[in-house]
Design a binder for this molecule. Structure first.
Ligand code: AKG
Ligand code: FE2
Length: 490
């Protein structure tokens, strides 16, 4: 992947500019763990990523606090931090014996009964059983999802493909930092390939990181905020969907739609879809594939970008090869005095075991309210076909109405990114559009900020007329994709 950076700026914001004043939360990508890890890695090069990750978790995500705690320590990783890496897979705890509400939820008779909180802050609750997963997380999981041969065919194809997956790279100060795993992106038609390459921006390399007071350099000590601005990038490695990905797609689509309906009936208030959730069938038209080559490869805590999926997005995530731990944690907003507004235990980590050939559905409440990650593992059980590798394919429904030609543009002249207020009680749950930050050749972020308004079904309402004028061609594209899918080799 030809990921690149067109400029890295760091800027003192001792007197914060307008963007920061209007920014409704302090976590615009503040929570992008990979960026925090990259910053920490550049400051403390002697420490392993998993040590930095655990240290970050132990310090509530504060780069400053981790940096301070590591500053006096020898560059050897502390044993205590090492113990935080994911345990050998296969160690998951089933809660079947004592989770309380499964049968009620399964029957669908008493939807939305609040389940007993089993997570604990500072510990990891390990789940294996699909009923427990559905009960205690915003996900559902189907084990042995595909016929065994189909799963193996897809795995073999993706292992072959993954030889040329690349790490996403970006630069912090003078260091080039690479993502801790490799990935690529698949769409269905040549036209979409070109559109993805030329018109879409991704936040993965367009990150604004805010944290403050910073102790590594004495002269920085008095600054309240540092801003690291990385440029937005276009995905260059966009591939045409492969035969096996296409063959599996209708099965994923069918299962995810079934899971969505089940979730609505059994978990959501009054058995109705959530506000801003689309009532339309979920139609995957893009797949993002990840490869984790060995136990140390991972992805840090993040929420997936909603810009092109819209609010309340659903994602179907297929795991193949080595089993790994998928960790989720809820984000509890803080009030004006920085106090948590709910039981701190609700922030406790939950680990979902992802074996070969499992389909995890991240439901509508996931991206806005929770963060997820793939934890580094201390050890793995090699897979007979994949060896030490795990392949993950996330099928996604890119919504035509969220194409960047419709979304607001910032003063830099490029489409903005859709975010939600996640960590602050004030305006919690409100969506907003903001500048991708620094994606001009000069790398300077503009001050653009605009609240996002949606109808109850999650459609942006500011520009419907413009969308309708363009819609025929978009519908044609969609129709063309589904015809191709039906006539694909299987
Ligand atoms: O590998 C996984 O299961 C998760 C990957 C992920 O979170 C992502 O691609 O956004
Ligand atoms: Fe993700």
């Amino acid at each position: 992947m030809d990921a690149f950076l067109r400029g890295v700026k760091r800027k003192s914001t001792a007197s914060p500019g307008p963007r920061l004043e209007t920014c409704p939360q302090d976590d615009n990508e503040e929570d992008s763990t990979d960026v925090k890890l990259a910053i920490l890695a550049s400051l403390h090069p002697g420490f392993e990523p998993d040590v930095l990750l655990e240290s970050l978790l132990a310090h509530d995500g504060s780069v400053e606090a981790v940096s301070a705690s590591l500053a006096d320590t020898d560059a050897r990783p502390a044993p205590v931090a090492r113990s935080g890496a994911a345990a050998v897979v296969g160690n998951q705890t089933s809660l079947r014996g004592f989770a309380t509400t499964n049968s009620i939820v399964k029957s669908g008779i008493t939807p939305t009964k609040k389940s007993k909180l089993l997570s604990r802050k500072g510990t990891t609750l390990r789940l294996y059983d699909p009923d427990d997963v559905a009960e205690h997380t915003p996900c559902s999981i189907i084990h042995n999802f595909l016929p065994a041969d189909m799963a193996n065919d897809l795995l073999r194809e993706m292992l072959d493909e993954s030889r040329t997956f690349e790490k996403i790279t970006f630069k912090i100060f003078d260091n080039v930092v690479a993502s801790p795993h490799t990935s690529t992106f698949y769409v269905e038609t040549e036209a979409e390939q070109s559109i993805q390459k030329n018109e879409y921006y991704y936040n993965g390399s367009s990150l604004t990181v805010c944290f403050g007071p910073y102790n590594a350099n004495p002269e920085d000590r008095d600054l309240h905020l540092w801003e690291f601005v990385l440029t937005a990038k276009y995905f260059q490695d966009v591939r045409r969907i492969t035969p096996q990905l296409l063959r599996v797609k209708p099965l994923v689509s069918e299962a995810v739609n079934r899971e969505i309906q089940h979730r609505i009936r059994t978990k959501y208030p009054d058995g109705r879809k959530l506000k801003y959730q689309s009532p339309d069938p979920w139609q995957p038209n893009a797949a993002f594939a990840n490869c984790y080559n060995g136990p140390q490869e991972h992805v840090g805590y993040h929420s997936d970008q909603l810009t092109y999926l819209g609010p309340r997005a659903v994602i179907g995530s297929l795991s193949l090869g080595v089993a790994r731990e998928f960790r989720v944690r809820k984000v509890i907003p803080r009030d004006a005095d920085n106090n948590l507004t709910d039981d701190p235990d609700a922030e406790g980590q939950i680990s979902i075991h992802l074996p070969h050939n499992s389909l995890l559905v991240m439901h509508s409440e996931m991206q806005e309210l929770w963060k997820h990650s793939i934890a580094p593992a201390q050890a793995i059980d090699p897979h007979p076909i994949a060896g030490i590798r795990r392949i993950n394919v996330t099928y996604r429904d890119y919504k035509a109405i969220f194409h960047p030609k419709y979304t607001p543009k910032c003063k830099c002249g490029i489409p903005t990114v859709l975010k939600v207020v996640q960590k602050r009680k004030e305006n919690w749950g409100r969506y907003f559009w903001m500048c991708h930050a620094g994606n001009t050749p000069e790398g300077q972020s503009c001050s653009f900020f605009k609240w996002a308004d949606f109808d109850d079904d999650g459609n942006p309402i500011w520009d419907v007329a413009r969308y309708r004028r363009n819609r025929p061609s978009l519908q044609d594209t969609t129709r063309q994709c589904s015809v191709e899918a039906q006539t694909s080799p299987s």
